[in-house]
Design a protein around this ligand. Structure first.
Ligand SMILES: [Zn+2]
Length: 485
């Protein structure tokens, strides 16, 4: 009875639907492609994806979509895998006003590596970066979508340049007012060089009250739990999350606050006090409070092994201008001065810290891929570095699907934008990367980029290669200029 009804209903539907309905018009159609559903960690073969303007307007079985849609440009996706555009959620621009051009030249490197959105976690050129954000959004400057914290909030006379220095609660209020209403920042970055611990917590609470997301480094005089309870939205760098696993974190924080111990001793005790059950309980609280973690693991690994690794043959060096290259020196020199015990401690620390990555995932903490690439951070190459970061995530215990989600979905999830980003579905922004291998089999496939689509604009392999060649040529010219007597 039911099936008869279905047959009748279906034939009735066929009868009233004109067979000669005019095809719908898109701008680009990607055909015969395997779509990677990152959220479900599965692939869907033989799909077609239609783009119109900056949006995805149709996704479905290739034959059906090809019948219903026409497009000005066809991209052949046979044997290829389509993922959402990548997000690098922790980058920097800076080094001083004379480095503006070299920093600007980094923007295409992200796109050439499939990165369609970057989150600037503050440097010493905040006004410049905010200007680029506007120019990119207006289509006047080529680069990935740029989200920025603007100037970071710090204490009085910090080691960092280009910050907003705050010494009182009213300073914090003024800083947040400026960032929210004048600079219209995408989030607030708060760091701990000289910031008073109580003002760090005050800034977190006030930002939350104003509806602004916060990210930062947690002062040693506070526990991770205090920052989590005050409403921090993302913890940058895995070592701060690692500290939450120390059984006696509160006592260590109190001793450091009272100046009974120095930073090195605090770190030694935090490492010695690490306990799996304490850590898992802390990470479940992170998850319950909606706190994300951006490990920047590869950046920490590079710094930890500066004594051992030779970077002179790195492919990325060719993309770094001479003035930016010079900013690498302070970390290199500092590493060279370290004694054997300090080097061994640094190697142990990075390996210990990395063990919490699968624990965070198990506790349900969203892990965000971010590189910390930019000035100062030696041999951490803009664009290329994100593939290193997610490769390291898999090496340290995440699945390829989890690693891929950290670079495609965690960023939009953090901003509350999963309705527009992080999936290959109608209604999403047309930010896509076409890969020649399956990233769910091997995360290294994210490097095998055939085509990048950014806000609907198609950049095929030839266009990406030209962007990279242009970037290298700029560096060659700058190097020649710098070598002149
Ligand atoms: Zn950073």
């Amino acid at each position: 009875m039911k099936s008869l009804f279905l047959v009748l209903a279906t034939s009735l539907f066929a009868f009233v639907t004109p067979a000669f309905a005019a095809p719908k018009q898109g701008d680009v159609i990607i055909r015969h492609v395997t779509v990677v559903d990152v959220e479900a960690a599965k692939t869907v073969a033989a799909q077609a994806v239609v783009l119109k303007g900056a949006d995805i307007v149709a996704v479905g079985a290739d034959a059906a979509i090809a019948k219903d849609w026409r497009a000005g440009r066809t991209v052949e996706g046979k044997g290829r895998y389509l993922i959402p555009g990548l997000w690098d959620m922790h980058v920097h621009f800076g080094g001083g006003p004379e480095l503006i051009e070299e920093n600007k030249a980094l923007l295409p490197l992200y796109v050439a590596n499939g990165i369609t959105t970057i989150r600037d976690a503050s440097g010493d050129l905040p006004e410049q970066v905010l200007a680029w954000r506007g120019e990119i959004a207006a289509g006047k400057l080529f680069g990935p979508r740029l989200l920025s914290s603007g100037a970071k909030i710090e204490g009085i006379a910090p080691v960092w340049k280009g910050t907003i220095e705050v010494g009182t609660e009213s300073d914090v209020d003024a800083a947040l007012d400026r960032l929210k209403n004048r600079d219209k920042v995408d989030f607030v970055k708060i760091t701990d060089s000289t910031l008073k611990p109580e003002l760090f917590l005050y800034a977190l609470r006030q930002a939350k009250a104003l509806g602004i997301r916060t990210s930062g480094h947690i002062p040693m005089a506070l526990t991770t739990e205090q920052a989590v309870d005050a409403g921090i939205s993302s913890i940058e760098h895995l070592d701060y999350a690692y500290n939450a696993g120390a059984k006696d974190e509160a006592a260590i924080a109190a001793d450091f606050a009272a100046k009974r111990i120095d930073r090195a001793e605090a770190n030694r005790r935090l490492d010695a006090g690490f306990d799996r059950d304490t850590a898992m309980a802390a990470y479940r609280r992170f998850a319950a409070k909606g706190v994300f973690v951006t490990p920047t693991l590869n950046g920490s690994r590079i710094i930890a092994y500066l004594d051992r690794d030779d970077h002179s043959k790195d492919r990325g060096v060719a993309y770094i201008g001479p003035k930016l290259r010079k900013t690498y020196d302070w970390r290199i020199e500092r590493a060279a001065k370290a004694d054997a015990a300090a080097i061994a401690a640094r190697h142990k620390q990075i390996e210990d810290v990395a063990t919490i990555l699968p624990m965070l995932a198990e506790a349900g903490v969203p892990i965000i891929a971010g590189t910390d690439a930019g000035f100062l951070n030696s041999f951490n190459y803009p664009g290329f570095g994100l593939h290193d970061e997610i490769g390291l995530f898999v090496e340290k215990g995440l699945t390829p699907a989890q690693a891929l989600a950290s670079a495609t979905r965690a960023g939009p999830a953090w901003f509350g934008w999963l309705d527009r980003y992080g999936a290959v579905r109608p209604g999403m922004v047309a930010d896509l990367v076409l890969l020649s291998k399956n990233p769910l089999d091997d995360i290294a496939a994210t490097r095998a980029i055939d085509t990048v689509v950014m806000r609907g604009r198609v950049l095929d392999r030839a266009a990406l290669d030209k962007m990279l060649a242009d970037a290298r040529a700029k560096v060659v010219a700058w190097n020649a200029e710098a070598a002149k007597p």
